[in-house]
Design a protein around this ligand. Structure first.
Ligand code: SF4
Length: 316
């Protein structure tokens, strides 16, 4: 099989654990400071009522019930053996420390094949106390990851999408997390309103300096009942075309340091809720086109950085 032109996270996990590891998505009933008026109301313009989740869970079920039900489904469907509890919906550190500990403990004890946790959150919703708690779940041979929704390094874009936080918030959270040796995955969105190609490449290059352990690349898409859907219907925002996204994602990956594992390169639009672009549902096709584009270019992850270093060292 041909080697992937980028460091795929699934391969990293397979090498570490000896088999594929599957994520069990959870809805722990959190909300978000960008929805409850603590920081803002209405949420980020692209976020729907599920809090950017995969909709796989029912938050009325306990964490234990969600895990046990889905572990069995994934066992049958994929012959999966090991699982990560993925606190995905809304802001999964946005609560009192006692409740966070209770939920995280419950997840870790819910099933013998849970090997660790992934906790998705906003950078402005962690502090030293919460990260100290999370660091306690970091064991050799286990799995731990904090996923930060950074989206972009540009504050003017964060304002346009009503993020109600700044890049400085992300840098602060990143540093606190790194000090505690907690692995991180940073979410970015391509095609954000007002962003130029250079803006997006600047985000990739900044990540290459900061070196998070992983990156998830999303395409901005309009979901039902979101402000972005309204902007799309009024003709104020247009999604990227499939071919343009393929080019862009290859450019972005070429600007990413090769040590950063790529968790995902296509968005996560849900069939029923996705308004535009509908081509986002052709996930396998997009993945294949990205590989073909790299093959055509003869490049891979970090190629632009290597070329820049080479030309700088040659004084070009
Ligand atoms: S911070 Fe996350 S959960 Fe909150 S509104 Fe934005 S995308 Fe949705």
């Amino acid at each position: 099989m041909r080697e992937k032109p980028y460091l795929a996270y699934s391969d990293v996990l397979k090498a570490k654990f000896g088999h594929r590891v599957y994520k069990v998505t959870l809805d722990a009933g959190f909300t978000c400071p960008n929805r409850d008026a603590t920081k803002g109301v209405g949420g980020c313009t692209f976020c729907d009522e599920t809090g950017s989740s995969s909709r796989a869970q029912n938050k009325k079920d306990t964490i234990t019930a969600q895990i046990q039900k889905n572990v069995e489904i994934m066992r049958r469907r994929f012959k999966a053996e090991k699982f990560v509890a993925y606190f995905q919906s809304y802001t999964n550190t946005y609560s009192k420390i006692e409740r966070l500990k209770r939920l995280y403990d419950e997840a870790m004890a819910a099933h013998p094949d849970i090997i660790g946790m992934s906790i998705s959150t906003r950078p402005d919703c962690v502090n030293e106390e919460k990260l100290d708690l999370i660091a306690q779940y970091n064991h050799p041979g286990g799995y731990l990851c904090v996923e930060y929704g950074m989206q972009t390094i540009h504050d003017h874009t964060l304002e346009l999408i009503n993020r109600c936080e700044t890049h400085a918030d992300f840098v602060h959270a990143f540093n606190l997390t790194r000090e505690r040796n907690i692995p991180m995955c940073v979410h970015v969105i391509l095609g954000l309103p007002g962003e130029t190609h250079a803006d997006m490449m600047a985000t990739a290059m900044r990540l290459s300096e900061m070196l998070p352990e992983g990156v998830k690349i999303h395409l901005l898409c309009a979901m039902k009942h979101t402000p972005l859907e309204q902007q799309y219907l009024r003709g104020e925002w247009e999604p990227l075309a499939q071919e343009a996204y393929v080019q862009l994602v290859c450019d972005f990956i070429e600007h990413l340091d090769p040590s950063i594992a790529i968790h995902r390169i296509t968005g996560n639009g849900h069939r029923d809720g996705l308004v535009a672009p509908r081509w986002l549902l052709k996930k396998q096709e997009v993945l294949m086109q990205v590989e073909q584009e790299f093959l055509k270019r003869g490049t891979r992850q970090g190629a632009t950085l290597e070329a820049t270093t080479l030309s700088t060292s040659k004084g070009i």
